[in-house]
Ligand binder design. Structure first.
Ligand SMILES: Nc1ncnc2c1ncn2[C@@H]1O[C@H](COP(=O)(O)OP(=O)(O)OP(=O)(O)O)[C@@H](O)[C@H]1O
Length: 632
């Protein structure tokens, strides 16, 4: 959408450029609706007048630390300001109460040292240079002054720096909260120490980031009446399950699979593993190694981190047995059976992997085979057992692998939480939500939406006697917890908002911000019908996911789950209830922040006073490596 300003010959403008996103220049001629622009890079451009944006010729040479000070708050203006500041090593910029961070891709220790923390402690928001500590400080002070919990949301595309930002926020909160020590280790240390375990099982190499978190994380820092840290908890959600079975070049599956293949020889033999190239779940991509990373070394480091978070050696063995079993499951192949639409194990190799899987999962191989090749449908009248053709048996196999893996991940998170120590009686908490945001892909490969949104896709039939080892009780980390902000999956990339924006705001001043920023004349990004649909879809997915998680927990968490349990769970998610417009509006406001322009939605937002939930701040982070426009 262009800006309605009078563009005449001699105007300085921004025009879109296919390579560098935006190029500035001077209008030299106007022919009807088209303008001819002499760009500063020497090019001559013809562009429609409605696609031109005015350039502020009096902009401060070093940019402005708050984008509301810009004469024109439009996409090229915002990007230009961020780029100017980035050149000067200023990676943080406000937009009102919103903080935008641009990934520096280099260590800037002076930005995060103790001296810096002392500076920001208690300083009024906006008095000092924009900084992530200022956001944490506001959240903490609001919590103390109002006695209410608060949350900070960190969002941005993969590799933008969300995890790093989350760590900085936690460090600063630990500094403010008095660094309460438990057994000599601070809560912050304990949360950080659990990172290698979570990363081994929840992170993978993607095209954008060698160590990309493939799950959302909500870290709760709990405080007592005096505002001192009294506990912490990590909640995770939306693990990208599809990655367990499906990867594309040059990405990798979850790190733990490669680590285990690089384990000491006796362990590799114990689990009947070998070269990662021999496993279907790993060899769909040609990428096996990470530059500068030794999987063998990381395996030992992960084992050590597990020791630290209190996972016993016996439990560690059970965990890696499940990891190995998943690799073997992936190598079970099917061929057509004698009967129509039936399947059998393809060859001796498949038999070997099925037997090994059964051995590792301590279950009956016959029951496992039956489970994969047949489907049981329970109707009110009868139980119908039907054979599956090779394609459906393969779907069934992959469904089982994904379900086992996600349950393992949930178990690990639960274990980490008991190790860190939660304070059930905490007075209030500050939550930091690290959630991947909007990513634009030519092809949205990730199928987690389908995976998670419709768990009934998992069609493994139930065997009767298969038992998967479970090192302990499994409980959904999601159940009974305050609902984190709604999630947009990468496939919602059609959203009309920039993936590099950072949004920070508190409930206290929300009205003010909303009123200021919903002025249509200052808004450039609209909530389009397609993005609205995207939001609705993502909310539906999340609701379904909750249903699934609740069903998981409700199944009874003390007994070791059988494969039947997994399968029942994967089918039991109740249909998604309709999403209220109010939730949608909240999501939209959270995501669109200052840019939202939709009268119906904005009036709803402004009239909304009923939400007593935690205050919300949002922080998004940007990626300087990309010169694409904000909406990709
Ligand atoms: N504030 C920062 N200072 C220095 N380096 C940073 C900072 N933020 C990010 N980085 C660099 O960028 C890399 C990617 O950041 P990070 O892993 O936090 O991204 P992410 O947004 O969490 O990605 P994903 O969603 O894929 O997990 C880090 O490994 C680090 O090298």
């Amino acid at each position: 959408m262009g800006t309605k300003v009078n563009i005449i010959v001699g105007s300085h403008v921004w025009a879109e450029d296919p390579e560098i996103a935006w190029v500035d220049g001077e209008v030299v001629k106007i022919n009807g609706e088209d303008a001819e622009i002499q760009a500063t890079n020497g090019k001559k451009i013809i562009a429609n007048l409605s696609k031109l944006y005015p350039k502020d010729m009096e902009a401060a040479p070093g940019g402005v630390d708050d984008m509301t000070k810009l004469s024109y708050l439009h996409e090229p203006g915002v990007l230009q300001n961020l780029a100017t500041r980035y050149e000067l090593n200023e990676i943080y910029t406000y937009t009102g109460n919103i903080l935008i961070a641009v990934n520096p891709f280099q260590r800037l220790p002076h930005l995060y040292d103790l001296h810096m923390m002392q500076q920001y402690k208690g300083a009024p928001f906006g008095e000092l240079s924009p900084h992530v500590f200022a956001v944490a400080d506001v959240a903490y002070r609001a919590m103390i002054n109002e006695g209410k919990s608060n949350s900070i949301l960190v969002s941005g595309e993969s590799g933008a720096g969300k995890t790093e930002t989350t760590k900085m926020l936690m460090r600063y909160l630990a500094y403010l909260g008095g660094r309460a020590a438990t057994e000599g280790r601070t809560v912050e240390q304990q949360v950080l120490e659990s990172n290698p375990v979570l990363e081994a099982f929840g992170n993978a190499k993607t095209v954008r980031n060698n160590n990309s978190s493939r799950f959302g994380k909500f870290v709760e820092i709990q405080f007592d009446k005096q505002g001192r840290i009294s506990g912490a908890a990590v909640r995770t959600y939306l693990l990208e399950r599809s990655r367990v079975c499906q990867i594309s070049d040059p990405e990798r599956n979850y790190h733990c699979f490669y680590l285990l293949c690089a384990a000491p020889q006796e362990e590799v033999e114990k689990y009947k593993l070998g070269n990662p190239k021999t496993f279907h779940y790993l060899n769909q991509s040609n990428c096996y190694d990470l530059v500068g990373v030794s999987d063998a070394h990381e395996y030992l480091a992960t084992r050590r981190a597990m020791d630290i978070v209190g996972i016993s050696t016996q439990e560690q063995d059970a965990i890696f047995r499940v990891v190995a079993a998943i690799l073997h499951i992936g190598n079970i192949e099917f061929a057509k059976g004698k009967e129509a639409d039936s399947s059998v194990l393809k060859d001796d190799r498949s038999k070997f992997h099925l037997n090994t899987t059964a051995e590792l999962l301590m279950c009956d191989p016959g029951a496992l085979e039956d489970a994969l090749c047949k489907r049981v449908m329970v109707t009110p009248e009868e139980v119908i057992k039907r054979s599956l053709d090779p394609y459906n048996a393969t779907v069934s196999r992959d469904g089982l692998a994904k379900t086992i893996y996600s349950r393992l991940f949930d178990w690990l998170v639960d274990k980490i939480n008991s190790s860190i120590g939660q304070d059930a009686k905490s007075k209030s908490l500050i939550g930091v939500l690290d959630i991947y945001g909007f990513e634009s892909f030519k092809l949205n490969r990730i199928s987690s939406e389908e995976d998670l949104g419709n768990p009934s896709n998992v069609r493994a039939p139930p065997p009767s006697s298969v038992v998967v080892p479970s090192p302990g009780a499994v409980q959904s980390p999601f159940l009974g917890q305050p609902e984190p902000a709604p999630v947009l999956l990468p496939s919602e990339a059609d959203s009309a908002v920039g993936n590099k924006a950072i949004i920070v705001y508190t409930r206290r001043n929300r009205r003010e911000i909303d009123k200021n920023t919903m002025d249509p004349s200052s808004s450039k990004v609209k909530l389009t019908p397609s993005s609205t649909q995207g939001l609705r879809r993502s909310l539906r997915i999340k609701k379904r996911m909750q249903g699934f998680k609740q069903a998981t927990a409700a199944s009874g968490s003390t007994d070791p789950p059988t494969i039947q349990t997994y399968i029942d769970l994967s089918r039991s998610a109740s249909p998604c209830p309709p999403i209220s417009l109010k939730s949608l509006v909240h999501t939209a406001s959270n995501i669109c922040g200052i840019n939202m322009k939709n009268d119906a939605l904005s009036s709803l937002l402004l009239s909304d006073d009923s939400d007593d939930g935690p205050d919300l701040m949002m922080v998004g982070v940007g990626d300087p490596s990309s010169s694409r426009p904000l909406d990709g």
